[in-house]
Design a binder for this molecule. Structure first.
Ligand code: HEC
Ligand code: HEC
Length: 486
């Protein structure tokens, strides 16, 4: 029962949408080009330099925003608390977070209590199912959950919850939630544990809302392509301090608060209901933009890190910016031909075409925000990068060391998802086991198969971003040491 709520009652802020923005890629510059100034593109590339400029954001109060994030029911449907309580007691200590009020104090961090107008008490989902994660035993709000398991359809479990609900009013609330879960279920399943299906199932929920009135429609209002296995690694929230756009493809433009409340569409049915949530989302946005990346908790060789800084500023800063006080960050969108990483998300999966972007623009969300997907990926700020393994937008590379030396990237790999202390301080990332076979050759249980990351599958490629390959082993080690300081 818990699984189904986790899987589905949540709703992602999808994005990596389609819509062409084709830029023909000129050839890279000739060998022997002059060394650039740190942090500039001079002499390095003939690829287009695309900068996403800042846009005005509604001001908000970060403290109020945190309070709302962990107490308000902005995904306002769920399962009756009576049914929840028959199965689950109070949350374990390790699943509780600070600042929770009333019933929320005894619920796990990723559930929020609400009482409907009719007085029915529900347990609903919240952002933290996907946006709180564990690293070295600590639960961090804002770290993407890298251990999510979306490999089973929530449809069956959601139906079973119905057996626990008898009261007619509670029954009506359950039916509302279950209908939406069943609608999104086929789009909520991935072949692989770790990545997240948010981008895949948001579109279908949009398609079931009238954009003007936000009324729910049992049938889709426009055609949605069949489900695609589209893996996305949940990004950490602290990047929003520097980012002018949202999402890997830079698709989220305009007012971030309005986009950040998108998860509500799992449950909302009217503009009025959406506005009530929007009223406190400027505060939630301000909280998200205030989060600091966690400091690296182990020893750092500062002399080596300083050497690494020089290499980083010469090789990486033009895309990733500079750090250490007077930070600079270019908000740069790197086109697919230049970055060379898996193109599925950055060129738009089938069902994320024109109708989805258009729906967004026509809807309540479109009043203040827009989806403008680009064919490429934002070079992210690297603050707290030690904590955000696996790497690349699809989570295809388990460590920074492997990201910076593409010959070291495993084609097939697995790891222990249930032990967040299985962390490799030297390679900066998860301890992993390279395998000699992918899912096709797997003989173990369904679970073991789901825990194999198979980079030969569409969407799961670990190619591209080869900017670390030309470094000497010494320089690479120095850059890794430097990255621990960010
Ligand atoms: C089911 C999982 C899920 C839930 C629930 C969810 N998100 Fe996300 N979120 C994602 C994924 C996946 C992405 C990355 C999508 C992309 O970039 O294409 C994302 C991206 C974001 C980003 C952009 C980060 C960046 O660096 O661009 C923000 C901000 C964000 N979510 C806020 C929220 C808030 C606030 C909520 C709750 C109201 C929420 N999300 C609920 C999965 C989720
Ligand atoms: C031409 C621009 C560019 C250069 C140069 C560049 N990067 Fe990147 N980097 C990117 C982009 C774009 C991504 C995101 C790609 C994706 O997710 O598919 C990225 C992703 C990363 C990530 C993974 C982030 C995550 O959480 O998934 C790390 C770490 C990183 N780069 C480090 C470096 C280092 C270190 C260097 C220098 C040796 C470097 N990059 C050079 C553009 C660049």
């Amino acid at each position: 029962m818990r699984a189904s709520l986790v899987l589905l009652a949540v709703l992602p802020l999808a994005a990596g949408v389609a819509v062409a923005c084709s830029s023909s890629a000129p050839a890279p510059s000739a060998p022997g080009a002059p060394t650039p100034e740190p942090g500039t593109d001079a002499g390095v590339t003939d690829y287009p330099v695309i900068t996403l400029e800042a846009e005005p954001q509604r001001p908000g109060d970060p403290a109020k925003g945190y309070r709302a994030l962990v107490n308000e029911a902005y995904v306002p449907c769920g399962i009756p608390d009576s049914a929840y309580s028959r199965v689950y007691g109070p949350a374990a200590e390790g699943d509780r977070i600070k600042g929770r009020e009333g019933r929320n104090a005894t619920l796990p961090y990723n559930f929020t209590a609400m009482t409907t107008k009719e007085g029915v008490r529900l347990v609903t989902s919240n952002c933290l199912t996907c946006h709180a994660g564990r690293i070295e035993g600590k639960l961090l709000v804002g770290l993407g959950a890298a251990d999510g398991d979306f490999t089973n359809s929530p449809a069956g479990t959601a139906s079973l919850v119905g057996n626990l609900v008898n009261d007619p009013q509670e029954r009506a609330e359950y039916e509302k939630w279950n209908e939406r879960v069943q609608t999104a279920a086929p789009y909520s399943v991935l072949s692989t544990r770790g990545p997240n299906p948010a981008d895949a199932f948001t579109a279908v929920l949009f398609a079931h809302h009238d954009p003007k009135t936000m009324a729910w429609s049992k049938t889709p209002l426009f055609e949605v392509a069949p489900p695609v296995d589209l893996p996305v690694d949940v990004p950490p929230w602290w990047r929003m301090k520097k980012k002018t756009s949202m999402f890997y493809s830079g698709a989220g433009r305009g007012d971030h608060a309005r986009i950040e409340m998108t998860a509500s569409v799992l449950c909302t049915s009217s503009v009025e209901e959406s506005r009530a949530i929007d009223a406190y989302f400027a505060d939630v946005r301000a909280y998200i933009a205030s989060i600091e990346a966690p400091k690296y908790p182990h020893a750092i060789d500062t002399a080596l890190a300083e050497q690494g800084r020089t290499v980083f500023e010469a090789t990486c800063s033009r895309c990733h910016g500079t750090y250490g006080g007077d930070d600079t960050y270019p908000n740069r969108l790197v086109t697919l031909p230049e970055i060379g990483t898996d193109p599925l998300l950055g060129s738009g999966a089938g069902q994320f075409g024109e109708p989805f972007v258009k729906w967004y623009g026509d809807s309540f969300f479109g009043e203040l925000a827009r989806f403008e997907p680009k064919e490429g990926y934002i070079a992210p700020p690297l603050d707290g990068i030690w904590a955000t393994a696996p790497y690349l937008h699809n989570g295809s590379v388990p460590t920074v060391a492997a990201l910076l030396d593409s010959t070291q990237r495993p084609t097939y790999w697995t790891r222990d998802f249930d032990d967040s202390s299985a962390y490799d301080q030297a390679a900066l990332g998860w301890v992993f086991t390279a395998l000699d076979h992918g899912k096709a050759g797997a003989t173990g249980s369904k679970k073991q198969k789901a825990e194999i990351y198979d980079t030969t599958l569409p969407g799961y490629s670990n190619a591209g971003h080869t900017f670390g390959d030309a470094l000497t082993p010494e320089d690479r080690a120095a850059v890794i040491e430097y990255l621990k300081t960010l």
